[in-house]
Design a protein around this ligand. Structure first.
Ligand SMILES: Cc1ncc(COP(=O)(O)O)c(C=O)c1O
Length: 382
């Protein structure tokens, strides 16, 4: 075996992806933003920039220099966690470097051998990653089907399951833009002595009172765990995992991704603190965003004749991978930054454009974009 043969394996796989219209490449951002999750336009805001500059000035370091369990535990992390726990109304909060890392840590650490994880069929890849490393059993439930979650738990119990069930959902699905039935799922988890884990990645900052998400009101319950990512509407990076003090303490002691990793940048923690303050101080942004989101939903239906999700995530289903890629590329060439999302990120045969509405675009740009999309979709025949 030569080294060249070793590399050939990867080339073969990439060629296979190419044939199926699934090869991914990195495309630079350009044109009007219809694909970021910077929903409230916080990322480039003067206020966040000033907060970072002032943190630097008061001596907050760029790097933590170590794990949270060692020298890397900076006062900015602790201040953020205390403020976030008060803001979201949860027992305690742990700040992770990313939502991906938080979900992986949570699902690989908290569910125990003998437990059952029932996850929504459309839940994020980071949840799957955590589940794969978990000692608990896991089973998928049909998307947003409370009865399917209930049946999975009942079947497991009737076949000897003795541990605790864990229900894993997103409050607003990242590729479909629809909402989970959180109240019913919280009741189901409680009925079975289980836990409900709610990933609020796409709801934090934009929905609920002061942008506290759809789980606001459920967060003080001991059996509910909520993840608020900071890289989307909050415009920064990292994730705030809210749970009871005992579960957070357990993660600090057992979550390998928390223990054996350099703590997130204290500067980012300072910026997230400011972003939480902005949610409270700048309600106009959310009001503007609500209006823009409603407008975009109506425009989608008028121009393309399809029903819309109601949220800021507007999937335009195309089906065929190649056609999705061609339509997205033509839209980008016209100055609209739209990306095609293909399997395995979404189920087979459901390649789509994921159009995201943010305050980085205005009404006129949305109208122009949907008009051009209608024309280009008609030209790019299936
Ligand atoms: C639902 C959901 N959970 C978790 C994540 C991961 O969060 P992060 O981007 O902070 O790693 C994402 C981001 O893509 C997401 O959409």
């Amino acid at each position: 075996m030569t080294a060249a043969q070793g590399l050939a394996r990867y080339e073969t796989t990439l060629a296979g992806l190419e044939r199926k219209g699934r090869r991914r490449t990195l495309v630079a951002q350009a044109g009007a933003d219809f694909s970021s999750n910077d929903y409230l336009a916080f990322a480039g805001s003067a206020r966040l920039a000033a907060a970072i500059a002032s943190a630097l000035e008061r001596g907050v370091p760029a790097g933590a220099g170590g794990s949270r369990l060692l020298r890397g535990n900076h006062p900015e992390h602790e201040a953020l966690e205390a403020e976030a726990a008060a803001f979201f109304g949860t027992g305690r909060v742990l700040y992770f470097g990313s939502g991906y890392a938080a979900n992986t840590a949570l699902f690989s650490t908290l569910p125990q051998r003998g437990d059952l994880i029932v996850y929504d069929a459309l839940v994020h890849a980071s949840v799957h990653e955590g589940i794969q490393a978990s000692r608990a059993q896991a089973v998928a439930a049909a998307h947003n089907d409370v009865e399917a979650f209930a049946q999975a738990i009942e079947h497991w119990r009737s076949t000897g399951g003795t541990g605790h069930p864990w229900i894993a959902v997103e409050s607003l699905y990242s590729m479909d833009g629809d909402r989970a039935p959180l109240t019913e799922l919280a009741a189901l988890a409680e009925k079975h002595g289980g836990f409900l884990v709610i990933d609020e990645a796409h709801a934090t900052g934009v929905f609920g009172p002061d942008g506290r998400g759809f789980a606001a009101g459920l967060e003080n319950r001991a059996h509910v765990i909520v993840l608020h990512t900071c890289g989307k509407a909050l415009g920064v990076s990292g994730a705030l995992l809210g749970a009871s003090a005992v579960l957070c303490d357990y993660l600090v002691n057992r979550a390998r991704g928390f223990i054996y990793s350099t703590a997130p940048s204290p500067l980012m923690a300072a910026a997230v603190r400011e972003a939480l303050r902005m949610l409270v101080d700048e309600p106009q942004r959310r009001a503007d965003f609500d209006a823009l989101r409603s407008f975009a939903n109506a425009e989608l239906t008028t121009k393309l004749g399809i029903s819309s999700s109601g949220s800021q995530i507007l999937p335009v289903l195309i089906g065929d991978n190649g056609r999705a890629v061609r339509v997205a590329a033509r839209m980008r060439a016209e100055g609209f930054d739209i990306r095609a999302i293909r399997p395995p990120t979404v189920p087979e045969g459901t390649a789509r454009l994921r159009i995201a509405i943010t305050l980085n675009v205005d009404h006129a740009t949305i109208t122009h974009m949907f008009s051009r999309l209608a024309v280009i979709m008609a030209e790019e025949k299936p």
